[in-house]
Design a protein around this ligand. Structure first.
Ligand SMILES: [Mn+2]
Length: 294
């Protein structure tokens, strides 16, 4: 699908009243499974059942802050649409029983507005609102994906292509790469996959790896933190880096991943009193600067 469609259009949703808002990000639904699963194009990384964890969320507004859908290496559009309907039906059931009143999808680098528009039209009754950005109150909180602040590292999508090709050309090598990714996942509880060592928080924070090298394989959040601190907003909520974080004026729920080895499962909770990072599993809240690492 050409990603040039509608890229000029800016859609902003302004919410004058700050009620309860929950932000999750980077579900990356519908990519091929990454870890050692044979490349059969009808498979996806997520089924509707795995969204059950989202049912812990209650808020007036739930914002999916970009890269909710990721069709970058999934070429079977019919399989994707079938799964998309399952996912959206699940969200509709949640909305009907009162988990949230408004559902907003923000575009990311893997799901441009055109993709979101197409998926929204599968279940119009769900009344998904789509935007590039959400602003709360009188310039109090800005919510956006963040790929306009820091570009994805070179080769993010390229690496996925290479991995898929490797599976076709040399399954042994591909399996080896996938195995390494799997080990990294198990040790660090972060997504990892061959050819693109995306291990989020660990690589982002470790001092053992030079910054220049890090920036080639993962999306760092330093520039977003700087942006948030200099901006006129009291808080900025981003996604994109896959690293849960809450520091001065900057909050990021990290990747809302359900893959093997993942331990972290966060949302950013915004209300009129505060912005916190919530551990979905334990329901614990963390404020700026507080450590949430186990
Ligand atoms: Mn992204």
């Amino acid at each position: 699908m050409p990603e040039t469609l509608n890229t000029d259009k800016r859609v902003e949703i302004y919410l004058p009243e700050i009620t309860s808002v929950l932000v999750v990000a980077d579900l990356h639904l519908f990519v091929l499974p990454r870890l050692g699963v044979p490349s059969r194009l009808q498979f996806h990384n997520v089924t509707a059942d795995k969204l059950q964890a989202l049912e812990a969320l209650y808020a007036d507004v739930v914002v999916f802050n970009g890269d909710t859908f990721d069709t970058s290496i999934q070429t079977n559009i019919n399989a994707t649409l079938t799964r998309a309907v399952e996912v959206l039906e699940r969200l509709r059931a949640m909305k009907e029983v009162g988990h949230f009143k408004r559902l907003i999808f923000i575009s990311g680098n893997h799901d441009r507005l055109s993709v979101l528009e197409m998926l929204r039209n599968l279940i119009p009754e769900l009344e998904i609102e789509i935007a590039d950005r959400v602003v709360l109150g009188d310039n109090i909180v800005e919510i956006k994906h963040g790929d306009d602040i820091v570009q994805p590292p070179i080769g993010e999508d390229r690496a996925k292509e290479l991995y898929e090709r490797a599976l076709k050309e040399n399954p042994v090598r591909a399996a080896l790469m996938a195995g390494v990714g799997r080990l990294i996942s198990l040790f660090y509880g972060q997504i990892a996959y061959a050819g693109n060592i995306v291990i989020g928080g660990w690589v982002n924070k470790t001092r053992l790896i030079p910054r220049a090298w890090k920036a080639r394989v993962i999306t760092l959040d330093d520039e977003m933190i700087t942006y948030a601190q200099k901006s006129g907003f009291q808080w900025s909520a981003f996604g994109h880096t896959h690293t849960p974080n809450i520091v001065s004026k900057y909050a990021n729920p990290g990747s809302f991943g359900m893959g093997p080895g993942r331990k972290e499962f966060f949302a950013v909770r915004i209300d009129s009193e505060s912005v916190t990072l919530v551990d979905i599993k334990t329901r614990r809240s963390y404020s700026s600067g507080e450590s949430f690492r186990r």
